[in-house]
Design a protein around this ligand. Structure first.
Ligand code: PBG
Ligand code: ZN
Length: 329
């Protein structure tokens, strides 16, 4: 063919670019995370997560009320506690800040606000691990005992009115055990958004400071996925779908776009990705240093995650996006 090829025709101006854009980031698929702690009138800043706080239930209710004004109607709660023991009793006791927050928020907003909650033991174990250990040996997390405690936690959250459980522990079979417990207790509509492919990652650093959940010794490589692996994510997908997951999640997001794409192509349920704390912090730090334009980088990152195949994205940036109108071009 002797014709000149001119792909720039479709890039000539913004209207044409908008017309031809394949991916239109939809803020309706975004979920805002929060950290809930015990006590009253607590509102603490978090090093590494500028703009995000640790709040007691009373203050959380006020923050959520403001966020609802900005248009947020999907939230994810993470618990923070100083009451830690070997068997993670705080994960499901009466003083659990997330369970109490869910109850109060649900009472106020009903179905106008979608509440998801993290289901994991790392905030409540003295070891900081996501499961309980055999004889305190943190290299030897007891899978089935941990799953039993996780399912107790899930049941208490569902009973408080939680719309969606997000098990992030990466124990085997926990989706099935949680699902069976929910079904037998009459919670037939509780959604399980499984952390299906959760990798052992450096990108969780700021979160662990926020949730006071860093492992005291050892790492999480005995239960979270090895980032050298790709097909293993498809195995986890198959298991989570069989076990009754309604939504499957990949985490982190930006260094794992290939995994998001693989899972999107092979999943018959909605796919979510977690734009994690370390990803958020790197944008914030670069913006504070004047190296980048924050809005542009946030939209680029989230569009990439969406383009790879995640229709649902958990992101700490959501409040800024809606507050500043970044989603309107
Ligand atoms: C707890 C949990 C973690 C995150 C979500 N749930 C941390 C971890 O596994 O160490 C990370 C979220 C983030 O970095 O924003 N299991
Ligand atoms: Zn955990």
């Amino acid at each position: 063919m002797d014709l000149d090829q001119r792909p720039r025709r479709l890039r000539r101006n913004k209207v044409i670019r908008d017309l031809c854009a394949e991916t239109q980031l939809n803020t309706k698929g975004l979920i805002q995370p929060y950290f809930v702690c015990e006590g009253n009138s607590v509102r603490e800043t978090i090093n590494g997560l500028p703009g995000i706080h640790r709040e007691s239930v009373d203050n959380l209710l006020e923050t959520v009320a403001q966020d609802v004004e900005f248009g947020i109607n999907k939230i994810m709660l993470f618990g923070v506690t100083d009451r830690k023991d070997a068997l993670a009793a705080t994960a499901y006791d009466n003083e659990n800040p997330v369970i109490n927050a869910v109850r109060e928020i649900k009472q106020k907003y009903g179905d106008d606000l979608f509440i998801a909650a993290d289901v994991c033991l790392c905030a409540s174990t003295e070891s900081g691990h996501c499961g309980v250990s055999v004889n305190g040996d943190t290299d030897n997390i007891d899978n089935d005992r941990s799953v039993e405690i996780l399912s107790q936690m899930g049941l208490r959250l569902a009973a408080a009115g939680c719309d969606c459980l997000g098990p992030s522990d990466m124990m085997d079979n926990r989706v099935e055990v949680i699902r069976r417990k929910l079904e037998s207790s009459g919670f037939k509509n509780t959604i399980i958004m499984a952390y299906t492919a959760k990798f052992a990652s450096s990108y969780y650093g700021p979160f662990r400071e926020a949730a006071k959940s860093a492992p005291g010794k050892g790492d999480r490589k005995g239960y979270q996925m090895d980032f050298r692996n790709r097909t293993e994510a498809l195995h986890e997908l198959e298991l989570d779908e069989q076990e009754g997951a309604d939504i499957v999640m990949i985490k982190p997001a930006l260094a794992y776009l290939d995994i998001i794409s693989d899972i999107r192509q092979n999943s018959s349920v909605p796919v979510a990705a977690f734009n994690v704390s370390g990803e958020y912090a790197s944008v914030k730090l670069q913006a504070e240093a004047g190296l980048i334009e924050e809005k542009q980088m946030v939209i680029e990152n989230l569009t990439a995650i969406n383009r790879a195949g995640a229709g649902i994205i958990l992101t700490y940036h959501l409040r800024d996006i809606l507050k500043n109108g970044w989603h309107h071009g």
